[in-house]
Design a protein around this ligand. Structure first.
Ligand code: ZN
Length: 331
């Protein structure tokens, strides 16, 4: 599902804002058409917005999502929730943080209405919908997100506090041994391994970084393992990334230290010859983002201009990404 794929970009076991959704959309009945707003023109605008986001035209994407929202009737509660959510992300990525907060709140309100309709035919209070089984995971995450957004500052010099909790690697372990899977079943061909290596190396090249990597050719004693979900794997193909970590038994200076990290990067497959430029950019972005978690960033940045925002499509670490890493490793 496009909406599902769009919403679910990054997953992290560290993160408190891991968004996920599994929306089963059956053939549209008239009730569902009202619920979703199957308006072809609105869907075309939303699709255009998604493409504009993928190609870096954020302001134009905001306009396209606004057109979609304007075309959807007010009772197309799920459709409006999805379009407002998409515009919230676009506003964050474009740096319009206040508009993004507003859109997230509106998306949440429409989502609650959708949950209410789906569970109770509108007969219960909207909040009840969240616990009624209808996509409750995403609804609760969105509600948490709106609350969190009210307490964080996307303009602060770093997101050390907002994006916590933070863990760290002992500097005695540098360079970290990085294994990028090369198997047919769960790895990548050489050109894609090179792409992933370039992406994660951004974290070693950023000014003042204490992180060093060395390529490692087996998984068993690697510090950081990067692999692709198998077809029956842990995350759905096309859905995003997932990073997990194993902690050392002993903390250092009150910090939880990492013993091993593992990132799963969802992507079209082993062989890069079948990848479009957008597929390559997505894999690069995913490797860059998940590596931030692997280095100890527990949550997400509230600014869509940072790689560690939960859905940022950008390909270069921001000043705030670099400042956050330096602060994590200086205390
Ligand atoms: Zn993440």
């Amino acid at each position: 599902m496009r909406f599902a794929a769009f919403k679910q970009k990054y997953l992290t076991v560290f993160g408190s804002i891991a968004l996920s959704i599994g929306l089963a959309l059956s053939a549209p009945s008239s009730a569902w058409a009202m619920f979703y707003g199957f308006n072809q023109q609105a869907q075309a605008y939303e699709h255009e917005g998604d493409n504009l986001m993928d190609t870096g035209y954020y302001e134009q994407a905001i306009s396209a999502y606004s057109q979609a929202i304007n075309l959807l009737p007010y009772d197309a509660v799920q459709g409006r929730a999805d379009a407002l959510y998409a515009r919230a992300v676009a506003n964050d990525v474009a740096g319009h943080f206040d508009q993004a907060s507003q859109d997230y709140s509106w998306a949440r309100d429409y989502y609650l209405k959708a949950a209410q309709y789906a569970n109770y035919g509108g007969s219960q209070a909207a909040e009840e919908g969240l616990t009624g089984g209808y996509d409750a995971n995403f609804g609760q995450q969105l509600a948490n997100l709106v609350r969190w957004r009210a307490t964080v500052n996307p303009n602060s010099p770093d997101y050390f506090v907002d994006g916590g909790p933070m863990k760290a690697w002992s500097l005695r372990k540098m360079p970290l041994k990085v294994y990028i899977d090369d198997s047919q079943g769960t790895g990548w061909s050489q050109d894609l391994r090179d792409l992933i290596w370039r992406a994660i190396s951004s974290w070693t090249n950023v000014s003042g970084s204490p992180i060093r990597f060395t390529q490692w050719y087996r998984a068993d004693d690697a510090d950081y393992i990067i692999t692709r979900p198998s077809s029956s794997g842990q995350i759905a193909v096309g859905s995003g990334g997932f990073t997990s970590g194993v902690d050392e038994a002993q903390s250092e200076n009150g910090k939880v230290m990492l013993k091993q990290s593992k990132s799963l990067l969802s992507c079209p497959g082993y062989d890069g010859s079948g990848y479009s430029q957008i597929d390559r950019n997505r894999l690069y972005n995913l490797a860059l983002h998940e590596c931030g978690h692997a280095l100890g960033i527990g949550g997400h940045s509230p600014s869509g201009m940072d790689v560690m925002y939960w859905k940022a499509p950008i390909l270069k670490l921001s000043d705030r990404d670099g400042a956050t890493l330096r602060r994590m490793y200086s205390q």
